[in-house]
Design a protein around this ligand. Structure first.
Ligand SMILES: [Mg+2]
Length: 262
């Protein structure tokens, strides 16, 4: 544990680590206070492409956690910056929420539903047959198919909801094209995070609740990994994977010296 406490930078997943829906997990307030007191560099990194950093900051504020907007990074922003490096000033047709369209506008993209360079799909609740049909036609005409994150489902208080990989599947099946996904475990997300933190991989730890996104992302980027059991994984889940995290904790509170949840 001293190894983890000594790290300079922390990459922190949100769902299942910080909150569950609109419920703040135990020990999070203590952990964030500790990060601030110890002058750690930290970045909340989420695969969800629905919300903007500002909206995530406001969500945490409502839950009683005060952190600046620059501490957030999403798969929507990573997607926008990747596409801007590939096709500067390009155009996109988007199936997604404001968090995604705003990130694409900010990266210099314009919206185009006639002959876009890309069809970009992200987490959304406004999803329709009409949009799928249109996206299929654009991809067949030559638009490249991009998914913000490879999650099949996402957690809500009401249970799971379909996420980007499930939403993009009909377009892949109908066109016979495979989408390229940007979010975790794509190492692009980790490189962006380290650049934002300005820390080296060996000075940084990633904390997450999923073996198949957070932990594998850390392993493949040689960043020390902490699995917390406050989200989707249990000790049994860990046994099903051919790799293991460096640390397994009940929650982020366990990183704070003297913290007790009893
Ligand atoms: Mg999570």
């Amino acid at each position: 544990m001293d190894n983890i406490r000594a790290k300079k930078g922390f990459i922190i997943d949100m769902d299942g680590v910080i909150y569950h829906g609109n419920y703040l997990l135990p020990g999070v307030l203590e952990f964030v206070n500790w990060l601030k007191q110890e002058n750690k560099e930290f970045l909340f990194l989420t695969n969800s492409s629905e919300r903007s950093p500002k909206e995530l900051q406001q969500k945490l504020e409502r839950l009683g956690i005060e952190v600046d907007e620059h501490h957030f990074h999403t798969s929507a922003i990573a997607t926008a910056s990747f596409l801007a490096s590939q096709t500067p000033g390009g155009s996109v047709y988007v199936i997604g929420e404001a968090g995604l369209t705003n990130a694409l506008y900010d990266a210099g993209f314009s919206m185009n539903d006639v002959n876009p360079d890309y069809v970009v799909v992200g987490d959304t609740r406004s999803y329709s047959f009409e949009k799928i049909e249109h996206a299929v036609r654009l991809v067949l005409k030559g638009a490249k198919l991009i998914g913000t994150n490879p999650d099949l489902t996402g957690p809500t208080e009401r249970g799971i909801v379909p996420a980007t990989k499930a939403l993009i599947a009909p377009i892949e099946l109908a066109t016979g094209r495979q989408a390229y996904f940007i979010g975790k475990p794509n190492p692009l997300m980790m490189r962006h995070a380290l650049k934002k933190l300005k820390t080296q991989s060996d000075e940084t730890a990633i904390i997450g609740d999923r073996m198949d996104t957070d932990i594998i992302a850390g392993i493949e980027s040689e960043i020390e990994t902490v699995l917390v059991l406050s989200g989707v994984s249990s000790r049994d889940t860990v046994k099903r994977f051919p790799y293991r995290p460096d640390y397994i904790l009940d929650g982020v509170g366990d990183i704070v010296p003297g913290y007790s949840n009893k």
